[in-house]
Write a protein that binds this ligand. Structure first.
Ligand SMILES: Cc1cc2nc3c(=O)[nH]c(=O)nc-3n(C[C@H](O)[C@H](O)[C@H](O)COP(=O)(O)OP(=O)(O)OC[C@H]3O[C@@H](n4cnc5c(N)ncnc54)[C@H](O)[C@@H]3O)c2cc1C
Length: 455
């Protein structure tokens, strides 16, 4: 499973910051300070505090095309080397991050507005999928906020929960009604309920850049289908992630009709991870496409935390490591149950954590999910945790190694930085050394120097 590794090494904070700003922000910086989803001086360099991942900076459209070409080569290589390969992509490599920022803000505000309406109907303390709003009460509430028009007419067949009420998924579908992308950049005003432009409209150039990003995604997904490869969309920072997830769902609607081709990544260090996973699973059931997920803990913890403190919004990360572990296993159990009930779902357990791997094996065993079904995959980084990958593969589980892919002068510094930074992984290396030493001694004492595994 090659992991594309693009260029961008010469980029620093200033250039990265500018690529996250709209034209209007650049003309009057700070005029429209929107806390989390605004490019921020101190966090312009998204590499800071990040351990096991690669950061792309926007240079220009030609550079994005170049990244896309690299992804295409990687997909082809993956298709040529195995029958059921994966290829991982990062959306920030494919366009201007500023679009992802703005779109994320819209999506989050849209969700918050639903929660606000749910609270008005006294449903704020239940799980997000259980928040179902009465349509008439909703109309009354919106009218009392000063909203014009008839919200009931927006909820035609298929937009309502089977109970006849509006839930978050039906609410989110309202955004899809809009065809022009810049029209999405409107948010409901909490005082009036009216939709208002989030920002001054995109310029023609910015709109063109947005469309190019979506076209690149489409080209990649089609190429993946032609080469029999699954496309794994990596998760990135929380201020991009709502848009990344949303665009990934759009691709799933198109490409996951018969099997899971496009996979989204869910970061379980997020407080909202379970809501994200359960909502997408429910959406896949409702719309009839195949759910595909990679579950990770998350790579941007330090950066996320310091940005939240600095800018003054709630820390999106779970309180402590134990809460992240609980969240991972909760999300995983939920997806495994979905696989048990509906054989169309797939999950990759992307972790070096031995307890998580053991937990997965135990649950699969309890639920009667055989490895040969190939619905549950394991993913580790190349050269890391082979003591976990090899026995899993020998036991018949599908195991994938993430392979950084790109020019040597860029891959080597990335790998060495990660090795230095990621103390958790280095502990794994120590364990690997001890295990290798034990195995060497066992072979020497048993006279079986060359191991021949049973076929
Ligand atoms: C195949 C593969 C693909 C990956 N793809 C992505 C990706 O697309 N996006 C991405 O963000 N990451 C990705 N990662 C990295 C991943 O998110 C983790 O950073 C890394 O794997 C370490 O976590 P772990 O589960 O292996 O184990 P562990 O070493 O047990 O967990 C470490 C992780 O726990 C969490 N954590 C640690 N301390 C705390 C704390 N105090 N409070 C809350 N949480 C805490 C952090 O997420 C930390 O990285 C990927 C990893 C692999 C192996």
């Amino acid at each position: 499973m090659p992991h594309i590794h693009g260029s961008g090494g010469g980029w620093g904070r200033a250039e990265a910051l500018v690529s996250c700003m709209s034209t209007s922000e650049k003309e009057s910086p700070g005029a429209d300070h929107r806390e989390k989803f605004t490019a921020h001086q101190k966090f312009g360099d998204r590499r800071e505090g990040v351990t096991s991942t690669r950061t792309y900076f926007y240079a220009d459209e030609a550079k994005c095309d170049q990244h896309m070409e690299t992804f295409l080569k990687c997909i082809k290589a993956s298709g040529g080397s195995s029958e059921d390969g994966f290829s991982a992509i990062k959306m920030t490599a494919l366009g201007r991050p500023q679009f992802l920022l703005q779109f994320s803000e819209v999506l989050v505000k849209w969700r918050r507005f639903f929660s606000f309406l749910a609270a008005k109907q006294g449903k704020d303390s239940v799980e997000v999928l259980e928040q179902k709003l009465d349509l008439e009460q909703l109309q009354t509430c919106l009218a009392s906020l000063g909203a014009q028009g008839n919200i009931q007419s927006c909820f035609s067949e298929g937009r309502l929960h089977s109970s006849g009420m509006v839930d978050m998924l039906g609410w989110n579908r309202l955004i899809d009604e809009r065809t022009k992308i810049s029209d999405l950049l409107v948010v409901p005003n909490l005082q009036t309920g009216e939709l208002e432009p989030l920002l001054s409209m995109f310029t023609e150039e910015e709109e063109r850049q947005m469309k190019r990003m979506l076209q690149r995604l489409d080209v990649l997904a089609k190429h993946a289908v032609e080469n029999g490869v699954r496309l794994m969309v990596d998760a990135e920072q929380t201020y991009f992630q709502p848009a990344i997830s949303r665009l990934t769902v759009e691709m799933k609607r198109i490409f996951n009709k018969d099997k899971a081709v496009v996979f989204n990544t869910y970061q379980c260090y997020l407080k909202e991870a379970f809501d994200n996973v359960s909502m997408d699973v429910e959406l896949s059931r409702r719309e009839g496409w195949c759910f595909g997920a990679k579950l990770v803990r998350g790579a941007y913890m330090y950066q996320e935390r310091s940005r939240a403190v600095e800018i003054g919004y709630e820390d999106p990360i779970n309180l402590d490591y134990e809460s992240t572990n609980r969240m991972y296993h909760r999300c995983l159990d939920y997806v495994l149950e979905e696989i048990q009930q509906n054989k169309r779902a797939n999950v990759m357990v992307a972790s070096h954590n031995i307890d998580t791997v053991k937990h997965t094996l135990r649950r699969m065993n309890e639920m009667g999910l055989p490895p040969t079904d190939k619905k549950v995959y394991f993913g580790q980084l190349l050269g890391m945790c082979d003591q976990i990958s090899f026995p899993l593969a020998q036991a018949g589980f599908p195991v994938y190694k993430y392979v950084p892919y790109g020019p040597v002068n860029e891959v080597i510094p990335y790998l060495s930085r990660r090795a230095q930074e990621n103390r958790g992984i280095m502990k794994g290396v120590q364990m690997e050394r001890e295990l290798l030493w034990k195995e060497l001694m066992r072979r020497l004492t048993s006279g079986e120097v060359f191991y021949t595994p049973a076929v």
